[in-house]
Design a protein around this ligand. Structure first.
Ligand SMILES: *Cc1c(COP(=O)(O)O)cnc(C)c1O
Length: 365
């Protein structure tokens, strides 16, 4: 594997106040860069002082949106060590996103070592206050100057990190969401399965409209029939209906979340079956009507669990679990976050301490 070189900054920043981190407000001292050239492959992985990027004005990403990204966190355990949560899943998903966007894939071990080594270099930036973490944002852009767009010949991988606060500093606060019946996020065969910037560009308008109406997110429906529930904002979604946990099955237009997958595996191991199936908006509305929708929550790395307290279909709004977080969502949050921060045992081998040598067998999970 190629060696990742390190050039340390001569001007380290002072660390921000851990009680006012926000999300994406502060960045660490360094970034990791690596370049791809057709015929050569990935080369020169390097950790360098954090700085602006320089791009040719005809760079493919600026015109045709060829960009993918990932999001994961480094957690400070009670014993002071720093760990990642299932980082190989992010490396593999980034390769899947790359394949969809005709961007170059990378060797899995190299992708993992970039994450591990970067966090090792920046470990003083991993905060320790409850609920805080170091958010990692790897991304890849097509950098070649090619307005004619004949294949991707040059790309750059960049990894940056931001110390972030707990999503809900005062405990899990339910959000209000509305069913989006105008725009769609993705279609099967499109880019819904890929974690790419373009999906977000196409979602911004609906998000803004929802906010103007007092909702924090939209519930996306499938792009063809506009009938089946897909995701909420930029998270996956789960429901507890008449005692059963259900979540939309991955049909090709839904982002395969690692938190979603972990929750399914965790709940299954606890003897709670999770149905992955199509869920129609009519079924959901009926469950609101007859009171069988017991709980609903968004699920993703940023918030872990985001309880849904109200759901609107057009002008009709239904309150879920009295607008309060339900016991099932709370327990799932406690179990998942307990493993992520190292407060609870990890029987699955999901956690990956950054002082662990690259390629250790339990990083494959
Ligand atoms: C990243 C993302 C998710 C959640 O994935 P996690 O791996 O759990 O963080 C869900 N939906 C969309 C659209 C996403 O971009």
């Amino acid at each position: 594997m190629q060696e990742i070189t390190v050039t340390r900054t001569t001007h380290p920043k002072s660390k921000p106040d851990q009680s006012a981190l926000g999300f994406g407000k502060y960045y660490t001292d360094h970034m990791l860069l690596m370049d791809y050239t057709a015929g050569i492959g990935w080369h020169e992985p390097r950790i360098v002082p954090f700085a602006d990027l320089e791009l040719h004005p005809a760079a493919v990403v600026l015109h045709y949106g060829t960009e993918i990204f990932e999001g994961l966190k480094a957690y400070r355990r009670p014993d002071g060590r720093v760990q990642l949560f299932r980082p190989m899943e992010n490396v593999r998903r980034m390769n899947n996103s790359a394949r969809r966007m005709a961007l170059p894939t990378m060797d899995e071990e190299l992708g993992l070592e970039c994450l591990r080594k970067f966090v090792e270099v920046e470990q003083d930036w991993v905060p320790s206050a409850p609920g805080t973490s170091l958010y990692l944002r790897p991304f890849m852009i097509a950098t070649g100057a090619d307005l004619a767009l004949h294949g991707i010949r040059e790309a750059r991988y960049v990894l940056i990190a931001s110390p972030v606060a707990s999503y809900f500093p005062d405990g899990l606060k339910p959000v209000k969401i509305m069913v989006e019946d105008e725009d769609v996020r993705a279609v099967r065969g499109g880019t819904g399965e890929a974690k790419c910037g373009g999906n977000y560009a196409a979602s911004t308008r609906a998000g803004d409209r929802a906010e103007a109406k007092g909702y924090s997110q939209v519930l996306w429906l499938d792009g063809v029939e506009r009938k089946y529930v897909e995701e909420v904002g930029s998270m996956n979604i789960m429901f507890k209906i008449a005692g059963r946990v259900v979540t939309p099955k991955l049909t090709g237009s839904i982002l395969p979340g690692i938190t979603r997958k972990s929750a399914i595996e965790l709940l299954t191991s606890q003897g709670v079956p999770v149905d992955e199936r199509l869920i129609s908006v009519d079924e959901l509305r009926q469950a609101c009507e007859d009171g069988t929708l017991e709980e609903a929550w968004g699920i993703g790395t940023a918030a872990i669990i985001s309880p849904v307290g109200a759901l609107a279909f057009g002008d009709r709004e239904y309150t879920i679990h009295g607008g309060e977080i339900g016991p099932f969502s709370q327990k799932l949050y406690d179990d998942l976050s307990g493993i992520q921060w190292g407060r609870k045992p990890d029987p699955f081998g999901w956690t990956f301490p950054v002082d662990q040598p690259a390629g250790a067998p339990d990083c494959q999970k």
